[in-house]
Write a protein that binds this ligand. Sequence first.
Ligand SMILES: Cc1ncc(COP(=O)(O)O)c(C=O)c1O
Length: 413
Amino acid sequence: MTATGSHLSGVWAKATDLHIERGIGCRVIDVNGEDYLDFTGGMAAASTGHAHPKVTQAIAEQAAQIIHSQINVYRHDKLEPLAAKLAEITPESIDTFYFGSTSDEILEAAVKLSKHATGRRNVVVFDGAFHGRTHYTLAMSSSRAIDREGYGPLPGSVFIAPFPDPHASDQEAEVSRALRGLDRLMSTQVAASKVAAIVIEPVIGERGYIPTPKGFITGVAERCERNGILLVADETQSGFGRTGKMFATEALDVTPDIVCMAKGIASGFPFAALGTRRELDDSWVTGSHSGSSNGNPIACAAALATIEVLQEPGFLDNVKARGDQLTDALRELQQLDQAMVHVRGRGLMVATEFDTAERAQAIVDHCLRESKVILMTAGTRGKTIRWSPPLIITSSEVDEAVAAFSAAIRATS
Ligand SMILES: Cc1ncc(COP(=O)(O)O)c(C=O)c1O
């Protein structure tokens, strides 16, 4: 035994001390047999809930058939059906897919593809975005200083443009201000003609669930179009039904050149995908990129089963309805507590922002301790509580979580 009594790395921060044995639907059950309502959805990844019968069956059947089938060596029978299914559900511009295991890897791949496709070297991202933890994706991320602390110097050729402040009272003026900042950046720090890609989250995730205003993303898309820059939508967290649409960009009137997908795509099974247009993929030099577990058959089976569940009649309507129910209830509670400064979100990607991180944490702790509801904080300063339950959440489970939150607000004010 080590001095800490564990052989596990200490690098992971802990949102709870729970020791989980299994999960079912929206609940996880710990080693003492206590069950908890999981409003984190395992960081918005458990889209169909824990151990969805269709997903577990697909995984078990595939595991009995073949576990590993390396894509450079031979192909298996889930690859083409999954690519065809993704072509059906992703934005119209997208018809060709690359498969990996994590979103960091897919964001890296998106940048590499953009470089080959444009012959340019630079990438523009937005203030507060989070795109991953590898050195390059970390250089693209600015949601929290601790993520970067001690890891520099980070790779260059990444430029961070302003993002509209969700608290600004005049949102239209704020969007114009941020777009002017982007124009200025592309005339003072890097020429627009030298930018390969602009990468944007349709809902900014880790900075605290901030929906990207439609006027902003369409302004970004116009600049991409005008300057031959690829528009990369990072739908890692917002994709696969999370916002009530299969992809959040659908509601924003933009046509991305590349879409990055992960988390909910396979109900939390490690899988991620990059979607693009055939002619862009044609410029990606064959043999210049790959990975040992690319297109893993179990992950593909989990993704196919997950998408089948998400496409069940009424599934996305439920996400929208539960999102509205949750947001309305939280807005009502906001009237009772001036410290709750902002309620925002799209679908089941909802945020309640408090005036201090201490208060937000006290509420999260109370919900866990007294009501067995798991929530967690997010945001640059940890002042935001994020709500990202499995998408199968029921009306009574939303009521249960809101009741826990309401009790916690009263107890901690
Ligand atoms: C938008 C976005 N991109 C990338 C990532 C990195 O994902 P992962 O930690 O699963 O690699 C995240 C994680 O939260 C994210 O929200």
